[in-house]
Design a protein around this ligand. Structure first.
Ligand code: ME8
Length: 526
């Protein structure tokens, strides 16, 4: 059970070369669910997301569009990246842009400290560079091109040719840290997750680490190297530091000490940056490494990573315009095991919407409230003596809450939802078995009818609290229809740890009717 400690969670900061697709939204939702859960568990939670705005990729996109890179970034951030947060209902506490002064200044501070401590030197480098990844590639990372790139080596992720670059740069002595990194993976097995990702990272580091080129002098869209303004900082070195510059590094040491280290959620495409380069940078600076780095899987289209550069990206609003943000959040958290790849399909989304959200959860809520309205004039009845079936519901709720909390602790978001859904299924079964509509016909069974509906209402109270991190809009509507806002206060302030305490919504509370939480969808986009 969470214990009121600090919980700092981050997403990657996204490139602003293009608008977000559902892969980016997937990461945001996962981090948001974890942040909301931890807030409700009583932890001092801080959730950071943001944008990565320097480097050649953004520079080239801006140039191709006839604007400066800053103009391009401003436009994309205001027209696409900020609005994404609304589209999928993200509750971030901060949004960092790498062009923020608070970031740029403290990247320079960090770099200067590493330079003064002897971790930076000048050197020559030649290698294959993928601008899509903003990374020098090893030959083992490249594959033979197809189509227009036949006969050329292309990046395995972007399927586009790499460029042979030769530069005189500043280097970070990353090779010094291989042993310490291996010791870290060994001593803290939870540091890199899931297990498959951890094994891959260990294999990679065991082969030995090369020093990292951390500056560029052939273009100037980046943060200037403080002791040599003819160089800008390598975009990944700059970007990784967002996690600490946003948390107060260099500007508010008290906030920084309170927040750092973080739980970091990234896609598996960028796991190595976060599990190898990033902790090495922190070790060099004498700072703590992240609490854990979790590499989630990819959303696939036709078996390949969904991507804007391959024109397979789906905009999140294409889904939310029809199904709503709650369904988006629920679907991706439920249908894909966090840590594994998954394929998005309109059919699967539509089927789960209908079966699980509309028929499973939504109908349950509407039916219970309708019966309280019909049989008790919209007032929550008093409970009589509990029978075994009622106690079983209480036990289901307590067990589901504990199981879901344990699942969230191990970042198994889909298991948390599955645990909570047992309440939906058992409550539906309970109502079918108890047949309140039959009890209502017999005045002698009035007390029993009250107990059954009071139990069902308490079940809905618990479901509102436990599902709030996943489907915040629907649960807020339900909370208000239950009259719980007035009786118990704001939904977001309800504690996960208290959810199993029975009888919180007092008898006599007035409930309201409920419009369908997940209305029927007539036509589904193809
Ligand atoms: O890599 N499936 O930014 P980026 C699942 N700026 N998640 C996906 C995805 C897919 N098909 N496509 C993208 C960068 N993502 C750097 C990060 S952090 C210091 C710098 C998500 O815009 C996933 O989280 O290319 C992935 O790691 C991220 O978007 C990459 O976003």
């Amino acid at each position: 059970m969470a214990d009121g400690t600090s919980f700092y969670i981050t997403t990657p900061i996204f490139y602003v070369n293009d608008a977000p697709h559902i892969g980016h939204a997937y990461t945001e939702v996962a981090a948001d669910v974890l942040a909301r859960w931890h807030r409700q568990a009583g932890d001092r939670t801080w959730f950071l997301t943001g944008t990565d705005e320097h480097g050649q990729k953004i520079l080239r996109t801006a140039t191709a569009n006839g604007v400066t890179p800053k103009e391009w970034a401003d436009k994309l951030v205001s027209e696409s990246w900020y609005p994404l947060l609304d589209t999928i209902d993200i509750s971030n506490d901060d949004f960092i842009r790498t062009t923020d002064v608070r970031h740029e200044q403290n990247v320079q501070l960090f770099l200067q400290r590493l330079y003064d401590a002897g971790f930076i030197y000048t050197g020559e480098f030649e290698g294959y560079y993928c601008v899509g990844c903003e990374e020098y590639k090893q030959e083992s990372d490249l594959v033979q091109g197809t189509g227009e790139y036949v006969g050329q080596l292309v990046c395995a992720i972007h399927s586009k040719p790499v460029e042979l670059l030769q530069e005189s740069n500043y280097f970070f002595r990353m090779s010094d840290f291989a042993e310490r990194l291996l010791a870290l993976y060994e001593e803290r097995p939870e540091f890199v997750q899931p297990e498959s990702a951890r094994n891959e990272v260990i294999q990679f580091v065991r082969q030995g680490l090369k020093d990292l080129s951390i500056s560029r002098s052939t273009f100037d869209w980046g943060i200037k190297v403080p002791w040599d303004e003819s160089h800008v900082v390598y975009v990944w070195f700059d970007a990784l530091l967002n996690y600490i510059t946003a948390a107060g590094y260099g500007s508010d040491e008290e906030a920084f000490a309170e927040r750092w280290p973080a739980t970091q959620i990234v896609g598996k495409d960028i796991l190595r940056f976060h599990a190898v380069i990033w902790p090495a940078m922190l070790m060099a600076a004498g700072l703590e490494v992240p609490k854990r780095v979790f590499g989630h899987g990819w959303l696939l289209v036709g078996g390949e990573k969904m991507s804007k550069s391959k024109l397979t990206g789906i905009a999140p609003s294409e889904i939310t315009d029809t199904f709503g943000s709650d369904a988006f959040r629920y679907y991706f958290m439920r249908a894909i095991a966090f840590g594994q790849d998954g394929s998005f399909s309109w059919e699967d989304l539509s089927a789960r919407y209908q079966a699980e959200l509309a028929n499973g959860f939504g109908n349950l809520a509407s039916r219970v409230l309708a019966m309280v309205t019909r049989y008790f004039d919209g007032v929550v009845p008093a409970s009589g003596p509990a029978e075994p079936a009622d106690v079983a519901i209480q036990e289901t709720v307590a067990r589901a809450a504990a199981d879901a909390d344990a699942a969230i602790e191990r970042l198994a978001i889909q298991d948390a939802l599955a645990a909570i859904w047992r309440i939906v299924d058992e409550l539906n079964g309970y109502i079918t078995e108890q047949e309140p509509w039959v009890l209502a016909k017999d005045e002698a069974k009035r007390e029993r009818l009250g107990t059954v509906l009071a139990t069902a209402v308490e079940g809905l109270r618990a479901l509102s609290v436990l599902l709030h991190p996943f489907v915040p809009k629907a649960t807020t509507k339900l909370w208000s229809a239950l009259g719980a806002e007035a009786a118990l206060g704001e939904l977001g302030a309800q504690r996960i740890g208290d959810v199993g305490t029975w009888g919180q919504l007092p008898a006599g509370t007035s409930v309201a009717g409920l419009e369908p939480l997940f209305p029927r969808i007539e036509a589904v986009a193809e």
